[in-house]
Design a protein around this ligand. Structure first.
Ligand code: ZN
Ligand code: ZN
Length: 81
């Protein structure tokens, strides 16, 4: 048996050409897996970005050290333990 050409009828018996049938489906599956991998990486990067952003804010200029009181004050002037 010879290798199925892209313009030959698909071996699955759909009556369509291989390039329009199972080859395309195979490619679609592969690109969907890639989408999931890339999407997961993007989501992870965004989550890490949010985590570092909020972490920075928590120790950022919204807190002010008071040498007089010996503790931090937040943006509202409240004591932070
Ligand atoms: Zn097929
Ligand atoms: Zn204070």
């Amino acid at each position: 048996m010879t290798k199925t050409g892209r313009n030959d009828l698909c071996p699955c018996g759909s009556g369509r050409k291989f390039k329009k049938c199972c080859e395309a489906r195979e490619r679609g599956t592969r690109s969907r897996v890639m989408m999931l991998v890339v999407g997961g990486a993007v989501v992870a990067a965004i989550l890490v970005g949010i985590a570092s952003f909020t972490g920075e804010r928590a120790t950022g200029p919204s807190r002010a050290w008071s040498t007089e009181h010996g503790h931090y004050h937040d943006a509202n002037g409240m004591a932070v333990p």
